[in-house]
Design a binder for this molecule. Structure first.
Ligand code: SF4
Length: 267
């Protein structure tokens, strides 16, 4: 079987939720405008590094969703998002802190790691390049609020960055956060992942894969702060046997389990 970071993190959040998604084929309907826009924006970033028309790419990619029935947050609209996106692309190009050599090879890089039992772990790294002249694994995020950058070193606890450092063997990681707010901002957050932390992540992956392959899917339910995962869980309708909630939030896909690692491309 092939596993990804998304699968492992989904299992750790709630094994029952993993079962719904990866064994039974339930998927959350993709209606959040911010998430769809984030994917379009990453394609525009790739165009920027390939010296193509990045604003044109953003208009083209995001244009495909102009009339789609997406859920916009208060104050958001199709036009507002594209305006923010172009502003962020211009700013990113002006700041010129990130370099990607040979972008055809160093963007969306597939990495595979063998696991015990003949399983494998697949990750897609957004980029391997340089920040301010220093080599680093780079991950892009688009968001509406700043990422925490204090206390110093807090980013070294981000499990997705630990995962990317582990699979690439590169200690330096950078999160480039494109913050879509009234005054758009770009955060360049750096961390160094220790070998100890990388190996700890490897053990976590192996233990989790062992639990999945032995069929352990207990519910980690919670509705009270801070363990209130059920409140925002797309699978709540399945756990409550509420057909209306199921129809609102989920679709069922059959025969797609072999392609689950593709989720990694969508993070
Ligand atoms: S509703 Fe709660 S128990 Fe059910 S899958 Fe979601 S997080 Fe798990």
């Amino acid at each position: 079987m092939t596993f990804s970071y998304t699968q492992i993190s989904n299992y750790l959040r709630c094994p029952r939720s993993y079962r719904y998604r990866y064994l039974e084929g339930w998927r959350e309907k993709e209606t959040r405008a911010g998430m769809v826009f984030g994917r379009c924006f990453e394609r525009a970033l790739a165009a920027l590094f390939q010296q193509e028309d990045c604003a044109g790419t953003l208009f083209q990619e995001w244009g495909a969703f102009r009339d789609a029935s997406l859920e916009y947050k208060k104050g958001e609209s199709w036009d507002r998002l594209v305006h923010q996106g172009v502003h962020l692309l211009e700013r990113f190009a002006q700041e010129n802190r990130v370099r990607i050599q040979a972008p055809q090879q160093n963007l969306q890089i597939k990495m595979v790691h063998g696991l015990p039992g003949g399983h494998e772990f697949v990750a897609y790294l957004d980029a391997i390049g340089e920040l301010d002249g220093k080599p680093s694994v780079i991950d892009w995020k688009t968001t509406t609020s700043r990422y925490p950058d204090e206390p110093a070193g807090v980013l070294s606890l981000d499990p997705q960055l630990i995962c990317y450092s582990w699979i690439s063997g590169i200690p330096a990681v950078t999160l480039v956060v494109f913050v879509r707010k009234h005054q758009p901002e770009i955060q360049y957050l750096k961390a160094t992942i220790s070998e100890e932390r990388r190996q700890e992540f490897r053990r976590l992956v192996e233990t989790t894969v062992g639990q999945i392959t032995s069929g352990q899917f207990p519910a980690h339910s919670g509705i009270r702060f801070p363990q209130n995962g059920c409140v925002s869980c797309a699978n709540l309708g399945l756990c409550l046997n509420n057909q209306q909630l199921i129809d609102t939030n989920l679709v069922r896909i059959s025969g797609a389990s072999d392609l689950d690692w593709l989720d990694e491309l969508m993070d």
